[in-house]
Design a protein around this ligand. Structure first.
Ligand code: SER
Length: 882
C-alpha cells in the first residue's frame, strides 16, 4: 500500500534540497511582526527579511531558505474550503542580488518533479501578463523559461494583478511572480482551456509561489521605484504541498491538521458539521500559536485575531448545543504535534490554556443574550443586517462579525460589512482618544474652539476662582448646543456653558476637569416661574480663548445667557484630585532624590481615583526601591509640609529652581507650588493645603511604557487605605487556606513549591514515558502500527494517540496505568478506516484488563481494573489488528 508522505518529510526535503544547492538555512521568527509597523503578523517568509531586498541590511549569505509560520487574516473568511488556513507554515527560499528568473524556475521544477515526485503533466505555471492598474511591463521571460524546463505551453497561464506579489504590508519590495498550481483532478471541475478562465479555487490549487521577482519598491504614496538590485522570493504553503503530494482532498486531511479536526469533532461528541470541525481546528491552531507568542486576546491589535477566532469557535459550539466543550484537549493535540518545531508552545502551555479558559468563560457569560439579540434584530429587519447593529452586537456582547454574518447567511441574508468596518474604525479611534485622556466625562464630545470665536472681544476670558473656592456665584456669558452658540437651553440638552467666573478647574497639566452642578438662581429664564434650571456638569475644559467650558446636561428647567448661576464643584472628587496632584509633585521629588537628576517627568495624569506618573529612567525600579519611595513619600506626608504658591514671571521661576515640564506651554506669569523645600514646581493645578491632607500614598504598579520611560500608578487617601486593606484580606485568605498564621505563609509556600517540584519531576518522568513515533513497528504486510505504554489520563492518551496515528500513518494503541486503573486508547487514521476498526480492536483487547469501553472506527477508548494485564494487552495488538 502506498504510504502517505508526512509533513516532517516534506519540510526536510524542501530545506535539504535548497541547502544542497548552496542556500543558507536561517531560522523562522516570531509570528508577530515586531519591527514592521505596517504589518500586525508575519504574513510571508519574506516579511521579516524586507531590509535584505532593499539593500538596507546585508544577508548572511546571498541564497537563503527557511520555514516560517505565517498568519493571513484576509484568508480567515475562506477557512474551511480546500486550501485556506488562518495560520500556515511557509517553506521559503531566496536569492538576494544573486540568481534571478532562470535559476529560480529551474530549481523549482527540479525540486517538484525530481525530488518531490510530481508528475509534470499535472503542474501549471501562471505568469504576470501586465495589468492596467500597474505601470509595469508583462513578464514574458518567465513563460519561456517554464517552457524550456518542460511545462507544456498550454499549462502556462498568463494572469494580471494576481501575479504581482507584495509588498508585505503597505510599503516595500515587490514584483511580478510566477506560481505553480497542481491539477487535483477532474472530479473537482472542468480542465483549463487556454484563453479561458483559470479556476484557482477548486480544481487547480496553488502549491508554490515559485518566484516573486523583486525589482520594485512600493512607496508610501503608492508609486513604485526600482530596487537597487533584483532578488527572488519564493514561498510554498507546507499544508498544501503535503495535500497535493498525498492526493488528499483538502489541507484538513494532512497530518498537519487531521488529528486536530478529529479532536475538535470528538470533543463535541460529533455534534458539529464537518465544516465546523475544520473551522475550529484551524481557529484553535492559529489562536494557540498567537497566544504562544505571549499575546492576550483583546479588542484591538494582534490580540483581536485570537479573540475573533476563539469567539467564533465558542459560538459555533454553543449553537450546536455542546456543553463544556474541551478546548484543552485540542490545544494539547496541537502542542503535541508542533511542540518539537515550536518549543515555545510547550513552554507556554499553561498560559495558553489559561487564556483560552478565560476567554471561554468571559464570552459564555454573554453569548446567549447576544444571540437572542441577534435573533430579535434579524426578525425585525431580515436579510440585511445593518453594519451599525452588527457593531453594537460586537461592542455589547462581544459577538464577532463572522458569527453575525454566518447567522444571516444561513437564512439567506447578509451584513453590511462596509458599515461595520467604518463603525469599528471610529470606535478604535475613539477608544484611543479615551485612553490618551485617561477617561472622564465627555470624551465622545468633539472639541472645536471655533464655536466660541464669536464671543472673543465681547466676553473676557473666564476668571478662575478654584484655587481658593469650590463654590461661587456668577452669570452665564455664553452657551453652545451641538457645537453651535445658543441663547438658551432646556431639559435634556447637552450643553456647554461659560460663566464670567468659575471655581471649576478645566483640564490641563494632566489634571482632569472638575465636575459638579450649575444652578440658575435668578435672571430672565428662571424668572418665568418654571422649575429652576440645573445642569449636571460632567467635565470642564478650557478653550484657546481662555474660556472654562462646563460640559453637561440640563437636568431640570431652562437656562439662558445672562442668568445668574451658582457653580458648585463636586468637592469630594476635587479633594481626591488635590491629593493625587500634590502626591505627584512629591513623587517626582522623591524619585529625583533617590535615583538622580536624570529623572524627568515624561507625562502625568491626575484623576480622582489614581495618579499616573511617567518619567525617564533607564531601568525598572526594584521592589526595595519602590518600598523606599513609598516610605520616604509617606514621611513627607506625615511632616505635613504646607503648600505655598507664588505667582512669578516664568524666567524668575525657573531661575529660582522650579521644575518645569519640557514641551508644556507656560504663560508669562506662572504659578510656582512649593511643599516646604522639598518640592518646587511650576503648576497651574489644584493642591492640598498641606501634605498631611494626602493621608496615605501607595504604589500599585511600576512598568515600562517605552524604552527608558517608566510609569508609576499610585493611590492616595481613602483609595490607598482600601487598597492596603484589600491586600491584607488576600493575605489572610491565603493564610487561612494554608492553615497557618500570616507570618508563616512564605515558609509554607516555599515547602509547597519544593513539593510541587518533586511532583513535576515525576510528571516529567511520565512525559518521558510518552511513546514516540519511532517506536512503531510493522505488520506482516508492511503496514506501520504502534502499541506502547504511556502515562496519563484519558485526555492525555487520546491526544497522544491521535498525534501518533497521524505521524506514523497507521493504527495506534496506547495503554497506561492511570493511578491504579488500566486505560487503553485505539486510533485508526481515516485513510485506513476501511481496513481497521478501532472499536473492534479495542473490543478484542479489553478482556485482558477486564475492561469496558467503545468508540467508532476512528477512535475508541476503554478502561478496566486489571492493571497487570496491560503488558499482555500490548503483546496482543498484532493479532487484534490481524
Ligand atoms: N512572498 C511571496 C508569497 O508570500 C513568496 O514567498 O507568496
Amino acid at each position: 500500500m502506498h504510504r502517505p508522505v508526512t509533513s516532517r518529510e516534506v519540510r526536510a526535503a524542501f530545506l535539504d534540497f535548497f541547502v544542497e544547492h548552496d542556500h543558507h538555512r536561517i531560522g523562522g521568527v516570531s509570528l508577530l511582526s515586531r519591527n514592521d509597523p505596517t504589518l500586525l503578523f508575519v504574513n510571508s517568509g519574506m516579511a521579516p527579511l524586507k531590509r535584505y531586498f532593499t539593500g538596507e541590511e546585508r544577508p548572511p549569505h546571498p541564497d537563503l531558505c527557511n520555514v516560517q509560520p505565517c498568519i493571513r487574516t484576509k484568508d480567515i473568511d475562506d477557512v474551511g474550503d480546500r486550501h485556506h488556513l488562518t495560520l500556515f507554515e511557509m517553506l521559503g527560499s531566496w536569492s538576494i542580488d544573486h540568481y534571478f528568473k532562470e535559476r529560480a524556475i529551474e530549481l523549482a521544477f527540479e525540486l517538484l518533479t525530481t525530488r518531490l515526485g510530481f508528475d509534470p503533466h499535472r503542474l501549471y505555471a501562471t505568469v504576470f501578463d501586465g495589468d492596467p492598474s500597474l505601470p509595469l511591463p508583462a513578464d514574458d521571460i518567465s513563460a519561456s523559461i517554464w517552457e524550456g524546463v518542460g511545462i507544456p505551453r498550454d499549462h502556462i497561464v498568463p494572469l494580471g494583478v494576481d501575479n504581482f506579489w507584495g509588498p508585505a504590508g503597505d510599503t516595500g519590495p515587490c514584483g511580478p511572480c510566477t506560481e505553480v498550481f497542481y491539477d487535483t483532478g477532474a472530479q473537482f471541475g472542468p480542465g483549463f482551456v487556454p484563453g479561458k478562465e483559470f479556476d484557482t479555487t477548486r480544481r487547480y490549487i496553488e502549491i508554490w509561489n515559485a518566484g516573486v521577482f523583486m525589482e520594485y519598491e512600493r512607496q508610501a504614496d503608492g508609486t513604485f521605484s526600482k530596487l537597487p538590485f533584483t532578488s527572488v522570493d519564493t514561498g510554498c504553503g507546507l499544508e498544501r504541498l503535503v495535500m497535493a503530494m498525498n492526493g488528499q482532498d483538502s489541507v484538513y486531511d494532512t497530518d498537519l491538521m487531521q488529528p486536530i479536526v478529529e479532536m475538535a469533532g470528538a470533543a463535541a461528541d460529533d455534534k458539529l458539521s464537518p465544516e465546523n470541525e475544520r473551522m475550529i481546528a484551524d481557529h484553535v491552531r492559529a489562536a494557540t500559536f498567537i497566544l504562544g507568542e505571549g499575546v492576550r486576546p483583546s479588542n484591538e491589535g494582534a490580540g483581536y485575531i485570537p479573540r475573533r477566532v476563539l469567539r467564533k469557535s465558542i459560538a459555533v459550539v454553543h449553537r450546536a448545543g455542546v456543553a463544556g466543550y474541551d478546548f484543552d484537549g485540542i490545544i494539547d493535540v496541537i502542542i503535541g504535534m508542533f511542540g518539537e518545531h515550536y518549543p515555545h508552545l510547550v513552554q507556554r502551555r499553561s498560559e495558553i490554556h489559561a487564556l483560552f479558559r478565560e476567554e471561554h468563560a468571559d464570552f459564555e457569560r454573554v453569548i446567549s443574550r447576544g444571540l437572542d439579540q441577534l435573533e430579535r434584530l434579524y426578525s425585525a429587519a431580515p436579510f440585511r443586517i445593518r453594519g451599525r447593529d452588527a457593531f453594537d452586537l460586537f461592542a455589547t456582547y462581544g459577538l464577532p462579525l463572522d458569527i453575525v454574518r454566518d447567522f444571516a447567511r444561513e437564512r439567506g441574508g447578509d451584513v453590511d460589512v462596509e458599515e461595520y468596518e467604518r463603525e469599528f474604525r471610529v470606535h478604535q479611534t475613539k477608544s484611543r482618544v479615551i485612553k490618551l485622556r485617561g477617561g472622564g466625562g465627555s470624551e465622545d464630545w468633539p472639541v472645536d474652539d471655533r464655536r466660541f470665536a464669536a464671543l472673543e472681544g465681547t466676553v473676557a476670558p473666564t476668571a478662575f476662582l478654584g484655587y481658593a473656592d469650590v463654590f461661587a456665584r456668577s452669570s452665564v456669558v455664553g452657551m453652545a448646543v451641538a457645537g453651535q452658540l445658543v441663547g438658551g437651553a432646556t431639559v435634556g440638552d447637552r450643553v456647554e456653558l461659560i460663566a464670567r467666573a468659575t471655581p471649576f478647574y478645566a483640564e490641563s497639566g494632566g489634571q482632569v476637569g472638575d465636575t459638579g452642578i450649575v444652578r440658575a438662581i435668578g435672571g430672565p429664564a428662571s424668572g418665568t416661574g418654571t422649575e429652576p434650571a440645573e445642569i449636571a456638569v460632567v467635565d470642564t475644559i478650557r478653550t484657546s480663548q481662555g474660556y472654562h467650558v462646563h460640559r453637561g446636561t440640563v437636568v431640570a428647567g431652562s437656562v439662558a445667557v445672562g442668568d445668574d448661576v451658582s457653580l458648585e464643584v463636586d468637592t469630594e472628587r476635587r479633594d481626591n484630585l488635590r491629593r493625587n496632584h500634590s502626591a505627584t509633585h512629591l513623587l517626582q521629588a522623591v524619585l529625583r532624590t533617590m535615583l538622580g537628576e536624570h529623572v524627568h517627568q515624561a507625562g502625568s495624569l491626575v484623576e480622582p481615583s489614581r495618579l499616573r506618573f511617567d518619567f525617564t529612567n533607564p531601568a525598572a525600579l526594584t521592589r526595595e526601591q519602590l518600598y523606599e519611595v513609598e516610605r520616604v513619600l509617606n514621611r513627607a506626608i506625615f511632616s505635613d509640609l504646607a503648600a505655598n504658591t507664588e505667582v512669578k514671571s516664568f524666567a524668575e521661576a525657573v531661575a529660582s529652581g522650579a521644575l518645569s515640564m519640557e514641551g508644556e506651554k507656560y504663560g508669562d506669569r506662572v504659578r510656582v507650588v512649593h511643599f516646604g523645600d522639598y518640592s518646587v514646581e511650576l503648576c497651574g493645578g489644584t493642591h492640598v493645603a498641606a501634605t498631611g491632607d494626602i493621608n496615605l500614598f501607595r504604589i500599585i504598579s511600576e512598568s515600562s511604557i517605552a524604552s527608558g520611560v517608566r510609569r508609576i500608578v499610585a493611590l492616595t487617601g481613602e483609595a490607598a487605605v482600601e487598597y492596603t486593606l484589600h491586600r491584607d484580606a488576600i493575605l489572610s485568605t491565603v493564610a487561612g487556606r494554608l492553615k497557618v498564621g500570616v507570618d508563616d505563609v512564605p515558609e509554607r509556600i516555599e515547602r509547597l513549591a519544593t513539593g510541587a517540584k518533586k511532583k513535576s519531576s515525576r510528571a516529567g518522568a511520565a512525559a518521558a514515558a510518552a511513546p514516540a513515533a519511532g517506536q512503531r513497528t510493522t505488520l506482516a504486510d508492511g503496514t506501520p502500527y504502534l502499541a506502547a505504554m504511556s502515562a496519563g489520563d484519558a485526555t492525555v492518551l487520546r491526544a497522544q494517540a491521535l498525534h501518533l496515528a497521524a505521524s506514523i500513518a497507521g493504527p495506534v494503541v496506547i495503554a497506561a496505568d492511570d493511578d491504579g486503573r488500566a486505560r487503553v486508547t485505539v486510533v485508526v487514521p481515516r485513510a485506513l478506516e476501511d481496513r481497521f476498526d478501532a472499536a473492534a480492536i479495542l473490543g478484542a483487547l479489553l478482556p485482558l484488563i477486564e475492561g469496558r469501553g467503545g468508540g467508532k472506527p476512528g477512535m475508541a477508548m476503554g478502561g478496566g481494573p486489571r492493571v497487570t494485564g496491560l503488558r499482555e494487552l500490548l503483546d496482543a495488538v498484532p493479532s487484534a489488528l490481524g
